[in-house]
Design a protein around this ligand. Structure first.
Ligand code: NAP
Length: 294
């Protein structure tokens, strides 16, 4: 029917389809965002190890996608990033190169990859916008993950310049939502805090919150991000990455400082205290220039 009317059906492959963001996209697509001319395929590492060029190519040849949302990545919280910078760099570079090159070879019309706010320069001016990604080194604590993410933008520009490909990327602020990683050491800040509160309540013990409490961050709910992802896939035609965030004056959240708690807590001796929170002084404040113009 859609073909008869001239609309070409889309087959959209979502890598990282079992993660926090991938499951949110699954949910919004299943509950109203999906269209009849779209077939959505969500894959995980069980379908293919994307660090392998052979497995990645086989996955693309099997599904023959016209569009790709590329979420798959080695993702972790602060401590895992500090411990494994080399692993984050190598695994993510391999995954991204395999996915983007397979997409090119299979004639995919559009790829939307996922960057992260921690890729921005450590020393910068605020507010941050999309033009500032490569203006200086990222924070040293997670340089492996950050540089690997930045290279997606470099590759997207290369594929456009050499082959005319419409490969782009989004930059979401911190994401939270169902299916998050609640591991205290290796997960993200909000689920980590929820887990700590749960344990403190269950055990009747003191609640320890890392950090000074001064920096502030922007957060986006995974289902809101999922809807924006679908919009970017359908409507955003630029190669330049686009920040997906709440408006500057909405939804910012601060860890309140409590000096008594801070004195009471036992901090890991060698590790920086919540370096992502202390990696910039004050607010990590992003504005989405591109989104405003659309
Ligand atoms: N969460 C955040 O706050 C946040 C913020 C900004 C940007 N991002 C970006 O958003 C994207 C999704 O993040 P997320 O939080 O949803 O991640 P996640 O929950 O950790 O999920 C990671 C996904 O990647 C897949 N994956 C990992 N290694 C793979 C491999 N070698 N081959 C194939 N698949 C592999 C996993 O599959 P399995 O389930 O099979 O392991 C899983 O589906 C990532 O690119 C991340 O960098 C996340």
């Amino acid at each position: 029917m859609t073909e008869a009317l001239g609309a070409k059906p889309k087959r959209i492959l979502v890598t990282g389809g079992t993660g926090l963001v991938g499951r949110a996209i699954q949910e919004v697509v299943a509950n109203g965002e999906g269209r009849p001319d779209e077939e959505w395929v969500f894959v995980s590492s069980r379908d293919a190890d994307l660090t392998s060029a052979v497995e990645t190519k086989a996955l693309f040849e099997k599904h023959k996608p016209t569009h790709v949302i590329h979420l798959a990545a080695m993702v972790g919280g602060l401590f895992k990033n500090i411990r494994c910078n080399l692993d984050f760099w190598r695994r993510n570079i391999h995954i991204n190169d395999n996915v983007l090159h397979s997409a090119y070879e299979c004639g995919v019309q559009k790829v939307v990859s996922c960057l992260s706010t921690c890729i921005f320069p450590d020393k910068t001016t605020y507010p941050i916008d999309e033009t500032m990604i490569h203006n200086g080194p990222p924070h040293s604590s997670n340089f492996g993950y950050s540089y690997a993410k930045r290279m997606i933008d470099v590759q997207n520009r290369g594929y456009f310049e050499q082959h005319g490909c419409r490969f782009t990327a989004v930059i979401p602020t911190n994401v939270f939502g169902p299916h998050d990683n609640f591991n205290i050491e290796d997960g993200h800040v909000l689920p980590g805090l929820i887990h700590k509160v749960y344990l403190a309540k269950q055990n009747g013990s003191a609640l320890t919150v890392w950090g000074t409490g001064k920096p502030r961050r922007q957060f986006i709910y995974s289902l809101d991000l999922a809807r924006l992802f679908v919009w970017v896939l359908r409507e955003y035609e630029e190669v330049e990455p686009i920040i997906l965030s709440v408006r500057h004056n909405q939804g910012r959240w601060a860890v309140q400082e409590d000096s008594q708690q801070r004195q009471a807590q036992a901090l890991p001796p060698q590790l920086p205290v919540h370096a992502l929170q202390t990696s910039c002084e004050g607010d990590l404040h992003l504005v989405q220039h591109q989104l405003r113009q659309c």
